[in-house]
Structure formats: structure tokens, C-alpha cells
Write a protein that binds this ligand. Structure first.
Ligand SMILES: Nc1ncnc2c1ncn2[C@@H]1O[C@H](COP(=O)(O)OP(=O)(O)OP(=O)(O)O)[C@@H](O)[C@H]1O
Ligand SMILES: [Mg+2]
Length: 335
């Protein structure tokens, strides 16, 4: 009986880093065509010609960011003549923030006291000696689209890749940006069952000791992940079920350890927002940077919902990637 039980210092996890969503596998299977498409778009830069631009779209958790980062990694190994710059526009959503981030990636140190246009000039000086690939990930979260205009105007040889879940955001760009950008469209479609299972199998083998998962438990994870069309769901369930098994001191993850009921927060792929959500989103849009209590104060003028309900709504909207929480010296605010 005790053989099946874990000692207090034993673990099922071989390498937890592998189970991080940000982890980039050495080889990225099942996205060969898309990676080839990226490479073909970049290729003119290697021949000292100008490149073209790509608009990459598709639902969450299907390898858009991973495939793109993979190609950038290969590019870095291949040449010094093309500089890859990856920007997450959710984290860096203004022209200034993006330029500062680019300076950091370019190891340009004289950022302090420089204004936006001075930074842009410094960056252009560096990049125009070579060529650049800009990846603007989560581009629909960008607050100031002039950055795209400036890159288009000031950098001579470049490709701009924009990644998003929201296909419509391209139409919302300024006409002057659109007509200069003229991007090719590249859609990512969800993985089929075998691909989903293959990806998770690889993650499982890298992240856990051999034989940790019962076949049934793993099948349940792969099936749920396939149904939700989001690889993060599978990675989440691998971690969660192994933690459940560990907490019960079990050496093996069994089907009962896989709790699919707790997946609400992954519903973002089929995002449904009702009128209350819309009201909250409008408040945040009009006044970004309010605390939850202040949002509630405005919300409650036309509603009798409790603060707790509103708080839960806002947290759900955060999990659905509709708003973000930012820590400030005076507490957490919503944007
Ligand atoms: N083909 C693949 N092989 C191995 N891992 C993959 C593959 N595709 C996706 N993943 C893994 O799935 C997770 C989600 O992928 P990724 O971050 O690229 O999604 P995304 O399409 O950019 O989603 P979002 O639109 O939400 O940003 C990552 O941990 C990534 O490593
Ligand atoms: Mg992504």
C-alpha cells in the first residue's frame, strides 16, 4: 500500500519550467507551414531588400506567439544583419513604452531624459544600418497606433508582423497606416486531435517523470484540450492534476485527479459578455486606471449588484483578457 505513496520530499514534476505557458520548446511541431510563411516574408531582408508585412490572427492558445518567437530565434542564429524585435503591445501599449522596450532589446543605454522622437531617432540610426523584423504581439491592445506609422516611415528595411485574436482590429487602423502596411493575412487554425495530443505528450514527457500519468488521465486531458481548442488548457490540466495527485501523496495521476470543472477561466475562446460586462468595460475604457471599488461606485448608480459580484465580474474579464490589473503604489487598478 505504501509503495504507491509519495515520500514527503518526492515529486512528480521533473521540470516545472517546461510547464510554463511562456516556455518555448526546441522544436515546434505542426506549425511548419506558418513558420515557413514567416521565413519567406523575412527572406528579402537577408538579400538587403525591403520585406513585407504580415497580419497573423487566430483564437487563443494555438501557437501564434510560439511559432513567431521560434522563427525569430532561428533568425538570430542565422544572421547578424537582421535584428528581431518582439513587443507585447499589452505590456507596452504606448509609443514611448514601446520605444523604451526596443532600446532595452537593442542594449541602447542612453534612454533617460530622452523624448519620444529622440528615442525613435536613436533606434532608427541603429536599425537602418541593418534590417529589422518587428513583431507586435497582441496588437489590438495597442493604445497608440502611430508607432506602426513611425516604423513604416522611419525604418528602411523591415517586416512588421502583427499578431492578434481580433481579426477586425486591422480594419480599425488609420487609413494612412493601412495603405502603407498592406499586410498579407495569415490565419492560424486550431490543432486537430492528434496534433493536440502530440504537443501535450511532448510537454508531459519533458515536464514529468516517466509513467506519472495513467493513460486514462492523459486521454482526458488531451480530449478536453482538443474540445477547448487551446493548448494552455492542456498544460494547465497537466499541472493541476499532478498537483492534485501529489497533494494526495499519490505516485500516479489518475483520471479523477483531472478536474475539468475548474476551466471557466479558459472560456475566452468563445467569449460571451453580457450587458453588465459591457457596462464595466465601458467604464474601464472611459476611465482607465480606476480601482475596483471606484468602478463599482460608478456601476452601482444603475444597478443593485453587490461589490463582490462586480469584483468577480472584473476578475473574469481579466481572465478573458479584456482588462488588465496593474499594481500601483496606492493599490491595484484596472485598465
Ligand atoms: N506546436 C506547438 N508545439 C509545442 N507547444 C505549443 C505548440 N503550439 C502551442 N504550444 C504551446 O501552447 C501555449 C500557447 O501557445 P501561444 O502562446 O503561442 O498561443 P497564442 O496563439 O499566441 O495565444 P494568444 O492568442 O492567447 O496569445 C504555449 O505554452 C506554447 O508553448
Ligand atoms: Mg500569443
Amino acid at each position: 500500500m505504501f509503495k504507491e505513496m509519495l515520500e514527503y520530499d518526492e515529486t512528480l514534476f521533473k521540470d516545472e519550467l517546461v510547464l510554463d505557458y511562456e516556455y518555448l520548446p526546441k522544436i515546434l511541431k505542426f506549425r511548419e507551414n506558418q513558420q515557413q510563411h514567416f521565413a519567406t516574408t523575412i527572406k528579402p531582408l537577408l538579400q538587403k531588400r525591403n520585406g513585407s508585412n504580415l497580419f497573423i490572427y487566430g483564437t487563443p492558445g494555438i501557437g501564434k506567439t510560439a511559432a513567431c518567437k521560434h522563427v525569430l530565434r532561428e533568425l538570430e542564429l542565422e544572421t547578424d544583419l537582421v535584428i528581431p524585435l518582439y513587443i507585447n503591445c499589452w505590456k507596452h501599449d504606448t509609443v514611448y513604452k514601446i520605444l523604451v522596450e526596443m532600446c532595452e532589446q537593442l542594449k541602447y543605454k542612453w534612454v533617460q531624459n530622452k523624448k519620444t522622437d529622440e528615442l525613435m531617432k536613436a533606434i532608427a540610426e541603429i536599425l537602418n544600418q541593418k534590417a529589422a523584423v518587428f513583431v507586435l504581439d497582441e496588437v489590438d491592445k495597442l493604445k497608440e497606433q502611430q508607432i506602426i506609422y513611425q516604423l513604416l516611415e522611419d525604418i528602411y528595411k523591415k517586416c512588421i508582423f502583427m499578431i492578434t485574436n481580433d481579426k477586425d482590429c486591422l480594419a480599425k487602423l488609420d487609413q494612412r497606416v493601412k495603405s502603407r502596411l498592406l499586410p498579407e493575412m495569415l490565419e492560424f487554425k486550431p490543432y486537430n486531435y492528434d496534433e493536440t495530443k502530440g504537443i501535450l505528450e511532448e510537454r508531459k514527457n519533458a515536464g514529468f517523470f516517466p509513467g506519472v500519468f495513467s493513460e486514462q488521465a492523459f486521454e482526458k486531458i488531451a480530449e478536453t484540450c482538443f474540445e477547448r481548442e487551446d493548448i494552455r488548457v492542456g498544460i494547465f490540466l497537466l499541472k493541476q492534476s499532478a498537483n492534485n495527485a501529489e497533494n494526495k501523496s499519490q505516485r500516479k495521476v489518475l483520471v479523477d485527479h483531472v478536474e475539468t470543472e475548474k476551466l471557466d477561466r479558459f472560456e475566452k475562446a468563445k467569449i460571451k459578455v453580457d450587458d453588465d460586462d459591457k457596462t464595466i468595460l465601458n467604464i474601464v475604457k472611459e476611465k482607465p486606471g480606476l480601482s475596483i471599488a471606484s468602478i463599482y461606485e460608478i456601476f452601482s448608480k444603475n444597478s443593485d449588484k453587490s461589490l463582490r459580484t462586480v469584483r468577480r465580474r472584473i476578475e473574469r474579464l481579466r481572465d478573458l483578457k479584456q482588462v488588465i490589473f496593474e499594481e500601483t503604489p496606492t493599490g491595484s487598478v484596472v485598465k
